[in-house]
Design a protein around this ligand. Sequence first.
Ligand code: FES
Length: 151
Amino acid sequence: MQPTLGYSEQVLEHFRNPQNTGELEDPDGTGEVGNPVCGDMMRITLKVDDESEIIQDIKFKTFGCGAAIASSSVLTELVKGKTIREALQITNQDVVDELGGLPSIKVHCSVLAEQAIVAALRDYYDQHPEKEIPPELAKKAQTREETEAQH
Ligand code: FES
């Protein structure tokens, strides 16, 4: 049996076969975040239908650890086809649950994935000043900026 280092089967499966990898052409929103402690980076591009605000497509590129890749893969699966407001209800804890858990020193990898989506959605609203930013997004974006400022 191969060593799993405390990773669930779901983590290993998403690491081996990540979903929604790559980059969308001409995206409606782009988010790029990094963790200054571990040096990992994540970039998310997404397409949004302006009328329904449904996230029609989403792709990620992760320069980082296996848990970060698995977290990005799961999170993109969870938000694809959802409205922005529905997507904002999804947290890194949902990602961890969907992955069947993460070792505690790897939970920050799921946080990075959530932050990347927040950054991409923030970028979408920056490009659409006529639209009102959902309060949930404004709150999450502010928390992200404060966390970044602490490093
Ligand atoms: Fe930093 Fe995984 S170790 S994102």
